[in-house]
Design a protein around this ligand. Structure first.
Ligand code: ADP
Length: 408
């Protein structure tokens, strides 16, 4: 008997009893089974150990998604700054309020990405828990300049582990109203105090006997003038209130603009000194104007009064009428103080004055041009100004006019 491939050669073969071989095979099989079971058991133990952590992470992912959805739809701006000063979150409302997109802000240092960050950090207190610093004092209103646009943000801040969460809302409108209110009180008090002091002074002096007749006349004239000033002031305030509430009605009528200009100029001439002259320039034919004659008179007189008032050294004032297509233009030109570039729109705002502290000694409420603009608008016209500082100003407004009759 030879072993395969060993033909003709002597070979030594060790034979084991079958029982031994079977026993070894059995032992090997049990080892494999044991190892498999061990592996399964350790996998089960591992899964058992990791299950809570996995569930927690799934739950926190769900919670995070939910929180992000809530933050996205919240009306308040929310942003989160971590302990290294990096912005981690910037929600949709924050984008809408500030105009800064999340990708421009997120992941950047707050001081670089958020305008006014130093002010926010200095003035907004950080509470340890939400609602901890109860009351209005917990929210601070701070100014933020975004690309030249001033925003007032009312901000609260809460510390959260390593992060600080800031929630804010746009308080610009409230702030403007507040400013308007305080401007109103300051301006009106100032405007009332001056004529009132003159009235009291004149009345006290008149009580003395034996005043020369001329002095009495002068004092009475002053009383009439200052009372007139006060009643004009009250009229302006009432009119502003009516314009704001939409309760002012203008008459839809037609009128002759030439007569109106002559009337206004006659009134204005009675108020000027010798250093001022008023010239009138009218075209040969003027169409009738659609609008309320009384309201138009009020607007034109206000513009001529301003031209007189803001030309402290006097000079010539020109009042002009021009037919422009289907409209008629009224313009008032002066050689007075002028209006700095960039202020042409704002002077029509309520209470806006170029000299709010009356440093030049020219009084006023800042309501006149606001009233003019609103009245002209309500008659379907528009008003504007062109000016050169220290050279002069032209205010003009246009109203719809009837077509001129064709020349015969
Ligand atoms: P008021 O004259 O009562 O202050 P107005 O609304 O009539 O208020 O005018 C607003 C501001 O516009 C004035 O305070 C003044 O600074 C400026 N202004 C108006 N008219 C003129 C003008 N003709 N020339 C220069 N500045 C003017």
């Amino acid at each position: 008997w030879s072993l395969p491939g060993q033909q003709g050669r002597a070979a030594l073969v060790a034979l084991k009893p079958r029982s031994q071989i079977d026993a070894a095979a059995g032992a090997a099989r049990w080892k494999v089974v044991g190892l498999g079971l061990g592996l399964i058991a350790s996998l089960l133990v591992l899964a058992y150990a990791l299950a809570p952590a996995m569930a927690r992470s799934r739950l926190s992912r769900q919670q995070r998604d939910q929180a992000e959805r809530v933050l996205a739809h919240l009306g308040d701006g929310v942003f989160v700054v971590d302990r290294d000063g990096v912005v981690r979150l910037w929600n949709q409302a924050a984008e809408a309020i500030t105009g800064l997109r999340a990708p421009e802000v997120r992941g950047r240092q707050a001081e670089e990405a958020i305008p006014g960050w130093t002010t926010i950090q200095t003035f907004v207190p950080v509470a340890d828990r939400p609602g901890e610093a109860e009351g209005p004092s917990s929210a601070e209103t701070v100014p933020v300049d975004v690309d030249g646009r001033e925003l007032w943000l009312s901000i609260v801040a809460v510390a959260l582990e390593d992060d600080t969460v800031y929630a804010f809302r746009d308080a610009t409108h409230d702030r403007r109203l507040e400013k308007l209110r305080s401007d109103f009180v300051a301006t009106i008090s100032h405007e009332i105090r001056t004529p009132l002091a003159s009235l009291v002074g004149a009345a006290m002096t008149l009580r003395k006997h034996d005043l020369p007749a001329q002095t009495e006349d002068d004092l009475l004239e002053m009383i009439a003038e200052q009372s007139n000033r006060l009643s004009n002031l009250v009229e302006e305030i009432l009119l502003t209130g009516q314009l704001d509430s939409g309760s002012l009605h203008v008459v839809a009528d037609t009128f002759d603009p030439q007569g109106l200009v002559h009337d206004v100029v006659a009134v204005a001439r009675s108020r000027i000194g010798p250093e001022t002259t008023i010239e009138v320039a009218l075209p040969p034919a003027v169409p009738k104007v659609h609008g309320d004659a009384e309201r138009t008179r009020q607007v034109l007189l206000n513009l001529v009064d301003n031209a007189i008032k803001y030309s402290p050294s006097g000079g010539e004032i020109e009042v002009q009428l021009t037919a422009v297509d289907d409209r008629l233009r009224f313009s008032v030109h002066d050689h007075g103080l002028g209006i700095p570039p960039g202020e042409e729109e704002r002077i029509f705002d309520k209470f806006y004055r170029l000299d709010p502290d009356h440093r030049r000694g020219i009084g006023g409420t800042g309501l006149g041009l606001y009233i003019c603009r609103e009245l002209v608008r309500s008659m379907h016209g528009h008003i504007w100004v062109e000016s050169e500082p220290d050279k002069g100003t032209t205010f003009a407004f246009e109203l719809p006019a009837e077509p001129l009759p064709a020349p015969v």
